[in-house]
Design a protein around this ligand. Structure first.
Ligand SMILES: [Zn+2]
Ligand SMILES: [Zn+2]
Length: 135
């Protein structure tokens, strides 16, 4: 009983990896809007939501992150606005976010009750349209 449709490995083994290859794959998905990021700040707390296809296991992701303030050592009011206003004009939102796979599936080899395939990668928070094509 083999599968003639050639379904790509349905059971990706868990691996704690942050290999650059996955980051590149993630960016590719991001450009095609199969993986999306929405980052926002409210009252100094920066959150991000990431949804779409995991670059490694291909499962559906829907991850919500709470990011701390991206500027280390930021204290008091002085310089707060300047520090939090990035060059793209979105206050407080970092240029990139680090995401771990949160597909909700238990992959073979995962420690304990950990879900997700273990991959982590970095994505830009700016829309794909604004990314300069690399050529
Ligand atoms: Zn995954
Ligand atoms: Zn998965």
């Amino acid at each position: 009983m083999h599968d003639p449709t050639g379904t790509p490995s349905p059971e990706t083994a868990y691996e704690n990896t942050a290999d650059e290859a996955w980051a590149r794959q993630a960016l590719d998905l991001y450009r095609r809007r199969q993986l999306q990021v929405k980052a926002f700040s409210a009252e100094g707390v920066i959150s991000a939501q990431i949804w779409g296809t995991c670059p490694r296991c291909g499962h559906e992701l829907n991850v919500q992150l709470t990011l701390s303030t991206p500027i280390p050592g930021l204290r008091g009011d002085r310089g707060l606005l300047a520090a939090l206003t990035r060059r793209d004009g979105s206050p407080g939102v970092p240029d990139t976010v680090d995401i771990g796979c949160g597909c909700g599936h238990a992959h073979p080899g995962a420690p304990g009750h950990v879900t997700g395939c273990g991959v982590s990668f970095r994505l830009p928070t700016s829309p794909p349209d604004t990314l300069r094509p690399s050529r």
